[in-house]
Design a protein around this ligand. Structure first.
Ligand code: CTP
Length: 422
């Protein structure tokens, strides 16, 4: 984190008392911190304590900056690599979701062109309230990243979700966010430059891609192998046919294509929530290699070995199956749902069973034994499996697979059976 610049907005909640510790951790990692304290936050911590730990001035009021120069807040919001809001109260999240700019914190958040990470903190009833959940969904759509909240006992005596993540958990999320140097949302001009008409214009397609990372502790995670190459190629091919694409991606090696709406997530649970927030859609292509399990209780601190050979006591919980969930009948179900089946044995039989089990319309089955070179490679050999039969496609580049699939999707949505026209 050496040299990274963090703009840290401290909202008004009792969790603000954990912020001096977060600043200490960030400084120890070599990051510079510019604190911004809201008037409500100043009820819990003082500007002096934050500025002393950060070794930088703590900004508190809008006029502080306008006095310096007219564009002070713009400069401040952009002279950072990442904007962090911790604690983010229900009120602050609502103002962010509504695009308000009525104090220094919200003005900076509206003016920034940098990724934003928020650590919510509030009472469990406020967290689960429909209004807060609506605001969260909107903010996720806007590309805002979240860390927490955790479950636990609250300062008000209640128990449940709403506790701000511990400083070490926030530190980990900051590290991940800084690793992704691209802005979370593409600038609008990238979208404007798209071809305006195509066989999929006026259609919305959700594509999942890449692996998910399931944390064990702040430095370790479990994941599937996936470069994200096939998912990115599919999103690009759909875009080329004029579709509006919501691209929900885990931490992949391959960069997302230009001209699609990129929603970055880390875990399977976040991926499911992001897919839900992106609906309704005309079609969905689930190309992500989702981790089937997550660790029940990820540790807030790094687990240490003690030299005795004792193994870590890890309990696993099954992750939501996003493909099976989106395939369930209901008003939100996309008209066409496509899944993948990465198999090492009995490819066709397993793919057929998966199609029936998950309830999707098509499955692209591929043989991912290491000898095929498909995982992480440029090429793919797939069989398109439908309830009424299957079709083996010749080995071709992942780009060509994507193009062929996009054409099939267009044919199907436009009233064709989606079989080869040649
Ligand atoms: N998938 C998903 N959510 C999960 C697991 C898988 O959406 N939690 C989707 C993948 O994106 C893919 C399809 O389901 O489109 C099949 O993934 P695969 O890993 O092949 O199958 P699994 O469901 O993991 O089944 P198994 O482990 O039995 O092979």
């Amino acid at each position: 984190m050496q040299g990274s610049r963090i703009l840290l907005i401290v909202g008004g909640g009792i969790a603000a008392i954990k912020i001096p510790e977060l600043i200490r951790l960030l400084r120890r990692e070599g990051a510079s911190v510019t604190p911004v304290l809201t008037p409500a936050g100043a009820q819990f911590v003082t500007p002096l304590s934050l500025s002393s730990l950060a070794e930088a001035p703590c900004h508190t009021e809008l006029f502080d900056l306008t006095r310096e120069s007219e564009m002070g807040h713009i400069q401040l919001s952009r002279a950072a690599d990442l904007v962090v809001v911790a604690p983010a109260t229900a009120n602050l999240l609502a103002r962010m979701a509504g695009g308000l700019a009525d104090d220094l914190a919200t003005t900076l958040l509206l003016a920034t062109d940098k990724p934003v990470l928020v650590a919510p903190a509030m009472n469990v009833r406020m967290w689960t309230h429909a209004a807060t959940q609506r605001n969260i969904a909107q903010l996720q759509k806007d590309g805002i990243r979240f860390v927490g909240p955790d479950e636990g006992e609250m300062a008000c005596g209640e128990f449940g979700a709403g506790r701000m993540s511990e400083p070490e958990g926030i530190l980990h999320a900051i590290r991940v966010a800084l690793g992704q140097s691209r802005p979370l949302r593409l600038p609008p001009e990238a979208v404007v430059s798209l071809p305006s008409r195509g066989v999929l214009s006026d259609r919305h397609v959700v594509v999942t891609s890449g692996p998910t990372h399931e944390p064990i502790d702040p430095v370790r995670y479990i994941a599937n192998r996936s470069s994200g190459a096939q998912g990115a190629a599919i999103a690009a091919a759909l875009r080329d046919l004029g579709a509006r694409v919501s691209f929900v991606t885990g931490p992949a090696e391959v960069a997302p294509p230009e001209g699609v709406e990129v929603i970055r997530v880390e875990t399977a649970q976040q991926m499911r929530e992001a897919v839900e927030a992106a609906l309704p859609a005309d079609a969905a292509v689930m190309a992500a290699a989702v981790a089937d399990w997550r660790v029940r209780d990820p540790q807030a601190s790094k687990m240490k070995k003690d030299g005795s050979g004792r193994q870590p006591d890890l309990q696993f919980v099954e992750n939501p199956d996003i493909l099976a969930w989106i395939s369930q009948p209901g008003p939100q179900r996309p008209g066409l749902v496509v899944g993948f089946a990465a198999e090492t044995d009995d490819v066709l039989a397993n793919a057929r069973a998966k199609l029936a089990r998950k309830g999707c319309d098509w499955i692209l089955a591929n043989d991912v034994r290491p000898a095929t070179g498909i995982m992480g490679g440029q090429e793919n050999a797939v069989t398109l499996v439908r309830a009424d039969g299957s079709e083996e496609w010749p080995r071709m580049s992942k780009r060509e697979v994507a193009r062929k699939l996009a054409e099939r999707i267009a044919a199907s949505l436009n009233g064709n059976a989606g079989k080869d026209s040649e």
